[in-house]
Write a protein that binds this ligand. Sequence first.
Ligand code: FCB
Length: 447
Amino acid sequence: MSPRIPLNRSDFPPGFVFGTATSAYQVEGSGFGQAGSSHWDSFAATPGTVADGSDGARACDHYHRFAGDLDLVAAAGFDLYRFSTSWARVMPRGTGAPNEAGLDFYDRLVDAMLARGLTPALTLYHWELPSALADRGGWANRETAHAFAGFAALMARRLGDRVWSWATINEPWCVSWLSHFEGHHAPGLRDIRATARAMHHVGLAHGLAMDALRAEGAANLGVVLNFEPALPGDDSPASHAAAARHDAIYNRFFVQAMTQGRYPPDALEGLGPHLPPGWQADLATISRPLDWLGVNYYTLKRLRAAPGPWPGLCAAPAQGATTDMGWEIAPQALTGLLTWLARGYTGALPLYVTENGMAARDVMRAGGVQDEDRIAYLAAHLQAARAAIAAGVPLRGYVIWSLMDNFEWAFGYDKRFGLVHVDFNSLQRTPKASYHAVTRMLKGAAG
Ligand code: FCB
């Protein structure tokens, strides 16, 4: 008998929701259904960008297999399914005439959730920017923010009667910094000016989409931010300063803009000169009132100073156990993060952990995967979430990344985050031990 998660639903407040997540490009198969090309298609088609040279053209073929996948979500006892909608699939040119086949797909997907008693939690943008907009500068171009509001309105008109919650953007830091400064994700730039503009325009896109969604009558609107608590790699003042700069860029920039209408001064030190003229006037839009905030948490980061231009920092080695991504396993930092958010930024606003989980070197043996490390990771993070609730944080739900192994961006199919194993030759799904442990937690008694 594999290990259990020593918790059950009664360990969480009434109404607390449990879910699992995927995203469009990572599971659907961008080659199906007359989807338009996105910057992830062209990024992945560029040698040296994705570790195993793969792309999302077929991915898990969720486009055709979603019914069976949703059966797995429902059979585990989850309340909610967090999914995303591909902008390029429904608006192949980013603006203008929609692809009816794309809209029909999301219709069927949402209906299939409802038919199984699953609550649809929709994220509008999980990174597949239509190529036509990328050609015009992508997120560095202010027009992309306005185009995004048009996409949001289209989706609200089509699905607003059935979707429970709307997130505008998944992980603005990844959309901007990781993709335009570090170059790890599409469009693969390394340019501080493009980065600053992308950071600002993605926030503006969020705010304009909030307005567009409300105008269409959509309710329960939020955004999903990722956080990585920053620690100094050693006790030197330089490492403390590096950690503070990382904290400003990664952890405070978006949440402060979206909840308080200002950017952290220590982020503006480096980004200010590169922001578009008149950026201050957009902060009122960027800080439109949220109905909830989604928190993606995987790990913390240790930092030290590095020579060279701002921000002059680099990662210091992890301490203790790490996941297959090399990410330090630090459940206690989740408690600290949630209390820091509630006390400093979000107050009584409902919080959801919208992503948490780990990559592991999962191997199929005798028809199953004994991913005990993942079970221990989830158990520890659920305990950390409980500790935050006990400290008064209005945490209302917890969502596991991911339902199934999928296209893990620049790592291709080599990093497995799923509760369900996917054989990328046959596309066969096999629930792992962690899937069964979660099922027992959600459906069974404690212990
Ligand atoms: C998050 C992304 C998600 C997945 C996990 C591992 O940053 O939102 O798509 O890649 O990391």
